[in-house]
Design a protein around this ligand. Sequence first.
Ligand code: GLU
Length: 428
Amino acid sequence: MASIEELSAEQALEWDTPLFRQALTQFEQAIPYADVNESIVARLGSPERAVMVAVPIRRDAGLVDVFPAYRVQHSSVLGPTKGGIRYDPHVTLGECAALAVWMTWKCALLRLPYGGAKGGIRCNPRELSLAELQRLTRRYTSELRGVIGPQEDIPAPDMATNEQTMAWIMDTYSMQVGYAVPEIVTGKPVALGGSLFRSEATGAGVVMVVERACERLGWRLDEQRCVVQGFGNVGGVAAQELVEKGASVLAVSDISGAVYSERGLDLASVREWIADHGTLEGYPEAEHVTNAELLEVPCDILVLAALEGQLTGENAPRISARLIAEGANGPTTIEADAILGERGIPILPDVLTNAGGVTVSYFEWVQDLGRLFWTRNEIRARLADKLNDAFDRVWHLAAKKEISLRQAALIAGINEVAAALKARGIYP
Ligand code: GLU
């Protein structure tokens, strides 16, 4: 079996970045327990296709700027590739490749007929006007003609992209082919064939997974004190769902910093403040702490719903949560994973915990293809079924093989892809 260094040397290549190494190391750590042979390892160790484009747009002031952009498709063995598009100043090919790999395991674990993809544009979305973001999105979509498609690769929102971004992609693609193609993207507005409950699905899914974990651990969710890093589409919804289920949320954060109250925050007033002031900065009804301090607040459940690389070898020894839930992709480094494992703190891994988003994306795509739409309750119930089923498989595998929940989740995903790859064989 190839070592991680050999895998990295042979396969990391252009996408060799810390995040891709993290994804590859996790893959390598799962391999000994998975049902795979060396050719399967070799095939799944690299993305199938990576596209780099330079996207020009005219700025509002009249000059032209060019932005590097990417789309990486990791595996199409189980079906079209699927995954978000992010707008961020740090997006690289390697980051997209790592995130595409995780999307493959996530879709396979949830038994969705998809492989993984991820894309992004390296830009600072906060410095672009709405009109500039629209031109950027439309030109990026045009550049990806022939790469994305409802049966090939279906984008969705990710960091700093939203329903409006998806609407522009849907419109650009539809104008090019000559008729409306709602199934080209998911996470679009309901008015365009988007699904009810898609925008809340990732955050609500995080709490469904946390709730199932509490049941298995013999804890009452309504007695848990939670800290939520990130207060966007994932963290904001997760925090709200936790409170609705009776738990208390002691701290939340956004890009400006974090707020903390030992008695629990009043989320309605936090949301109101953000609506009026843009960020948490200056919020008067709680103590202000740094993002680093927030992670170390003593609590029962720590929900990571911001960025990758938040728990590291440096801060992992000081984390004082009893359970960690990964709402973001890749928030725990390999070093932190090992330390938290030794300390006996279970981690609900990203590929399971944040899979609510892509699962309802799948429901959206199915509804679009069938031109038949479901109710919100129906979607919520179907999502709970899918997540509970995946959770139970992961929990039992972890217990049976005496491995971490992350390893179990990855193995469950890898085995699905490997079985399909084995049956299909290598073309020609
Ligand atoms: N970007 C989300 C994720 O990381 C959603 C992807 C999708 O819905 O296709 O899972």
